[in-house]
Write a protein that binds this ligand. Structure first.
Ligand code: ADP
Ligand code: MG
Length: 251
């Protein structure tokens, strides 16, 4: 049997293994019942940002880096729940639900992942990487005129993450990146349901400006870290790694 690399060799390969310090866990509000918050060992790291802001790119890099450092990782994201993701897709295709019903559908998707992936992952000491969290969901609903107190109450189930990074990218860059990636803009990510413009490109710019405004407001409440996402993927991941290292060492 091959001998595992010595601790010293592993340090030379990947740098020192950062064993996360346990953090004081809290929910935003009422939380989920029967959760022993003292037994959630891993870390919950959230990457937020608009469509095309580079979240997937950065999360892939972070996972490789964290796993290379010896951490187990798991990823969650919007519409990631096996319970409702298909139905949610169907409902969006038909554009048949009211804002409130669609919002509750997303909240269900979130709650399912919280209960079945995020909390068990943390309990097992995993690094949980979230490709968006409650903030995108809240910002989308706020743009659509929903009541903020009601939303805060719904998302009171959410666990407060160890770090939240918001990739801030200019709308013009977002358009370019989305076109380069899929040659199209997404109906919902362009806010076409809001009737801002009949032209998708124009609607995308207007909608992203509204979303950016809501994110600024949410940032002042939830205090997430704003990362300049207009830079190269390398520059962004270097900054993210540095910031996550401080989370792992609890500094
Ligand atoms: N920092 C960057 N600079 C330029 N292009 C980028 C950058 N990060 C990602 N991209 C490219 O932009 C597109 C969208 O990135 P992606 O990571 O899929 O975004 P998201 O998951 O936020 O929608 C992809 O084609 C990707 O290769
Ligand atoms: Mg993505």
């Amino acid at each position: 049997m091959k001998k595992p690399p010595s601790k010293r060799k592993q340090m030379l390969l990947n740098g020192p293994i950062l064993v996360p310090r346990p953090s004081q866990r809290r929910f935003y509000g009422h939380g989920i019942p029967n959760v022993d918050r003292n037994r959630l060992g891993g870390k919950l790291i959230v990457v937020e940002g608009a469509d095309g802001s580079g979240r997937s790119t950065q999360i892939t890099r972070l996972r490789e880096w964290l796993e290379g450092c010896g951490h187990a990782t798991v990823q969650v994201g919007l519409k990631g729940s096996t319970l409702v993701s298909e139905e949610l897709d169907q409902a969006q295709k038909g554009n048949i639900l009211s804002h409130t019903t669609l919002s509750l559908f997303y909240a269900t998707d979130f709650a399912d992942q919280l209960e079945n992936t995020i909390l068990p992952g943390l309990k097992a000491g995993f690094m949980v990487l979230a490709d968006r969290y409650i903030y995108t969901l809240m910002a989308r609903d706020l743009v659509r005129g929903m009541n903020e107190a009601w939303l805060k109450n719904v998302y009171g189930i959410a666990l407060i993450p160890d770090a939240v990074f918001y990739l801030n990218v200019s709308p013009e860059q977002l358009v370019q990146r989305n076109f380069a990636k899929t040659h199209a803009l997404d109906y919902w990510e362009s806010g076409m349901d809001l009737g801002l413009s009949r032209e998708m490109f124009d609607s995308f710019l207007k909608y992203q400006a509204l979303m950016a405004h809501q994110f600024q407001r949410l940032q002042s409440i939830y205090g997430f870290q704003i990362i300049d996402g207009n830079r190269s993927p390398d520059e962004i991941s270097t900054e993210l790694k540095r910031k996550i290292e401080t989370v792992l060492t609890g500094k």
